[in-house]
Ligand binder design. Structure first.
Ligand code: TXA
Ligand code: MG
Length: 373
């Protein structure tokens, strides 16, 4: 029954004693979930990045349901998830040596490769493009589900389109309860932001979406790596058309209005500026939130002050960022001011998500955006 509030199964799997893939494949919950996949139904599952909304990638009918459940624009292609390299047969057409090198080094892990599309992938998954995005997730539940169903799984993040990606089964149920057959609950995800999407169809790989594997790490493996110019322009004046269809849509947005405050004048200026903006807005009667780090928590007086982790350890920030964006909604926050981070290492993924959540609104030194607000 579509649209009802009681028909999504919640299979708790994170308390399974033996979490090896080999054992999980036989687990009754995974077996049941795999049966749903083979009936062309949707099952959400944890990966090391965020929860994915899985369907048989070889079935048009199943893949179409993903777009319906998420409210996703049909021109935004999906990532195909595999558990072993043989599953690439028929999914991709050709694996250049450079792509093979990346697979060997980074899989299973948070890296998605865009390759020439194979004969078996349905066109709904690739949104009619001639390429397909593939990855091998590093999570035993994800791998077990793929193996138990025997199918490569098309899986976008398991959120309603435009909302922050889910890092827990509760997030998935909040967005999709009654719209999907079930969710395998593997607890909170580890990386917390999505995989890095890299186009390897040309000689020099190009990052289309920053994520869990950093540009610096990729360079160590393959040498020169380019970044989609549309991403480099982020936060400035975005005119370029992004090469990854999904990148152009508003994403990760909390209900409240959100602004980033620039770091160019230093940490102190940024924090002072946020304090000033919070004061002004509270006087106007808004419920105001601040997104900060552990180090900055005590420096703000706002209605909701939330930390995304340690400024010096960005892996704690990626892990918490979507949870924090959702928490502002829970608290009914109307205006959010967010601290920002240098665009290095995982900072590139963090800033990409923050930019999108804020709809590109950045307050800088001498910024006229302040008066527009
Ligand atoms: O970590 C992740 O990647 C998560 C987990 C569930 O695996 N998945 C995820 O999927 O983030 P999704 O659908 O939310 O984002 C997929 C991104 C979109 O920006 C999409 O446009 C891009 O990958 N993409 C997919 N196929 C593509 C293709 N053939 N060419 C260029 N970009 C593609
Ligand atoms: Mg997504």
């Amino acid at each position: 029954m579509k649209g009802t509030k009681w028909d999504t199964k919640h299979w708790v799997i994170h308390n399974a004693v033996d979490k090896t893939v080999e054992n999980l494949v036989k687990h009754p919950h995974i077996q049941e979930a795999a049966q749903w996949i083979n009936r062309d139904e949707l099952v959400a599952f944890p990966t090391e990045t965020v929860y994915g909304l899985g369907a048989n990638a070889l079935s048009n009918q199943a893949s179409m349901k993903i777009f319906e459940a998420k409210g996703r624009p049909s021109d935004n292609p999906l990532i195909v998830h595999i558990a072993h390299l043989e599953q690439l047969d028929g999914v991709v057409d050709n694996i250049p040596p450079l792509a093979e090198k990346l697979m060997k080094t980074c899989w299973p892990g948070p890296l998605t490769l865009v390759l020439a599309k194979g004969r078996n992938v349905c066109q709904t998954v690739t949104a009619d493009l001639s390429t397909v995005a593939v990855r091998m997730p590093d999570h035993p539940v994800a791998l077990a589900l793929i193996l138990a169903s025997g199918k490569p799984l098309a899986a976008p993040s398991a959120n309603r389109s435009g909302k922050p990606s889910p890092t827990s089964a509760e997030h998935v149920l909040h967005d999709l309860n009654g719209r999907i057959s079930g969710v395998l609950d593997g607890g909170m995800t580890g990386v917390g932001v999505e995989s890095t999407v890299v186009d390897v169809t040309e000689e020099i790989p190009m990052i289309l979406r920053p994520g869990g594997v950093t540009k610096e790490q990729l360079e160590q493996i393959v040498g020169e790596v380019r970044v989609d110019p549309a991403l480099q322009a982020e936060g400035l004046d975005v005119r370029e058309k992004p090469r990854s269809p999904g990148v152009k849509y508003q994403h990760y947005a909390p209900e409240g209005d959100m602004w980033l405050v620039g770091l160019e004048q230093g940490l102190e200026w940024m924090q002072q500026k946020i304090r000033q903006l919070v004061r002004e807005d509270r006087l106007k009667g808004y419920r105001v939130g601040v997104l900060t780090t552990d180090e900055g928590m005590s420096g703000y007086e706002a209605d909701t002050v939330l930390s995304v982790g340690k400024r010096e350890d960005l892996s704690t920030v990626t892990q918490r960022i979507y949870h924090v964006l959702r928490e502002f909604d829970q608290q009914g926050t109307q205006r959010i001011y967010a601290e920002t981070f240098p665009i290095e290492g995982l900072g590139a993924a963090v800033m990409n998500r923050l930019h999108k959540a804020a709809g590109g609104k950045v307050i800088r030194f001498n910024s006229d955006l302040i008066s527009e607000k």
